[in-house]
Write a new protein. Structure first.
Length: 317
């Protein structure tokens, strides 16, 4: 699915950012004491040096959400909805978003979205559509605690994943002020077996095939988002990719003709935090001063399913 939104009377923009990570740091050196691996091996193949482990999905989401609301100067009671993107809810029933709503002191609808590592971009596009309809303020959170589903004796997955959360606060604006310029969402359910976890099971992954498919769907989502925005690769100022693997990011950028220096990469110290990775990288980019008013920022995610999503945002914060 591909679209360009905001051509009516309303649009949306990002007005706040926040992130949260657990306190415990697990380094490559620590993993090497129990796995047949090394710091050099992990960095060469993934770009990851360490990851944060611990916490619950709800509490990490609450902390990131609160930070985004504070940045936006937004009262939780003024929210029209909370959308939580997660593939690791604290419970099967009910949705973890309800606990996040209560923890923030909000009184609005709240629900989960599960599109794996693409989920945050999915949720952002959904929030945009709701703001175009009649909502005024929406909190979008990506939070995952994948360490609960990792077999720590499996070198292929144990070195990859971490826990964390990131969030954005969004508000309605005029069509002229709309900041979401173009987007794309995709899914190929026939590829489910490449990356999955059964209930109460561990993450299973076909690494080589995930790598190959991820590069292709990243490229497609980027190109389609830009096409619908009427812009080109040269118009992109900053790229915020899903933080899964440094080699996937570099390969996709080469195929797209994007300078790797335009990307924001935090995976060396977070690992792959699934739904949280894009809002975390976005928050860090803002902290570093890399997001300038008027910049064209390209978000792109891919994940189990196989899902993919892209969103081109004109930065207004």
């Amino acid at each position: 699915m591909t679209a360009s939104l905001g051509n009516g009377f309303r649009g949306s923009r990002v007005v706040g950012l926040g992130m949260a990570v657990p306190d415990r740091v697990v380094t490559n050196a620590e993993l090497a004491t129990t796995l047949d691996t090394s710091d050099e091996w992990i960095i060469e193949r993934t770009g990851i040096k360490e990851r944060r482990i611990g916490g619950t999905t709800r509490q990490l989401a609450i902390d990131a959400g609160r930070a985004a609301l504070e940045t936006a100067g937004m009262d939780p009671l003024d929210l029209d909805s909370i959308i939580l993107s997660t593939t690791t809810p604290d419970r099967i029933i009910p949705a973890t978003a309800g606990a996040v709503q209560a923890g923030l002191g909000a009184r609005c609808p709240a629900f989960d979205v599960n599109a794996a590592c693409s989920g945050f971009v999915y949720a952002t596009i959904l929030a945009h559509a709701m703001l175009i309809a009649d909502a005024e303020r929406i909190l979008v959170i990506g939070a995952d605690t994948l360490s609960r589903f990792v077999d720590w004796n499996d070198r292929t997955t144990a070195v990859l994943f971490g826990d964390g959360a990131g969030a954005i606060a969004m508000e309605a604006t005029s069509a002229e002020g709309n900041a979401l310029l173009g987007w794309h969402m995709g899914c190929d359910g026939s590829l489910e077996e490449l990356l999955y976890s059964d209930l109460d099971g561990y993450i299973n992954m076909e690494g080589k095939e995930v790598f190959r498919k991820a590069v292709l769907v990243m490229e497609e989502s980027c190109r389609r988002s830009l096409e619908k925005a009427g812009l080109s690769i040269e118009d992109v100022d900053v790229v915020i990719p899903h933080q899964a693997n440094a080699r996937i990011i570099s390969t996709a950028c080469k195929r797209l003709g994007i300078d790797i220096e335009k990307t924001v990469q935090i995976l060396p110290w977070t690992g792959n935090t699934s739904s949280a990775s894009i809002p975390q990288a976005l928050t860090e980019a803002q902290r570093q001063g890399r997001l300038k008013k008027g910049s064209n920022v390209l978000l792109v995610g891919f994940g189990a399913g196989m899902t993919s999503a892209g969103a081109l945002i004109r930065w207004e914060l």
